[in-house]
Design a protein around this ligand. Sequence first.
Ligand code: THU
Length: 158
Amino acid sequence: MAHKEINIKYEEYGSPDELQECDRELVAAASDATANSYSPYSKFQVGAAVRLGNGKIVSGANQENIAYPSGLCAERTAMFYANASFPGVPMEAIAIVARQDGKFCESPAAPCGACRQVMAEYQTLTGRNMKIILAGSRKILVFEKVDDLLPFIFDSLK
Ligand code: THU
């Protein structure tokens, strides 16, 4: 038996002004996308924006349903839209922003496990790391690849 450890590296910023311009733009797109959230049940409005290798930015917002499990998170809405519109084009980065009852959350919202798994698949598919930017209004966390949020990724049927 051996004791092992995983270290996760990430960056923390106090405001979008500290980010590089392309990431700041992506956070702005995710913030705008929160306006398109359909979330009458949770009143938690999430926006996600994906920057593609072809320079396009594709956004999504969470979509809920009275049959709760039929809804979908902002991240998967954005990623599925991206790959349905531009199949196989690498997703260089995804930014996530949330509002609670209309007010931007100060702390970053972390993607659920299912969204992390979908991120992992697109990262593997395109062979390019996907940067993840979790943007609260007072704290922004940046992870350079999906592995950092999902260690021991399930990515093949061995
Ligand atoms: N939600 C997202 O869109 N992304 C996340 O990362 C976490 C949760 C949505 C799902 C549901 O519409 C609402 O937020 C409350 O869970």
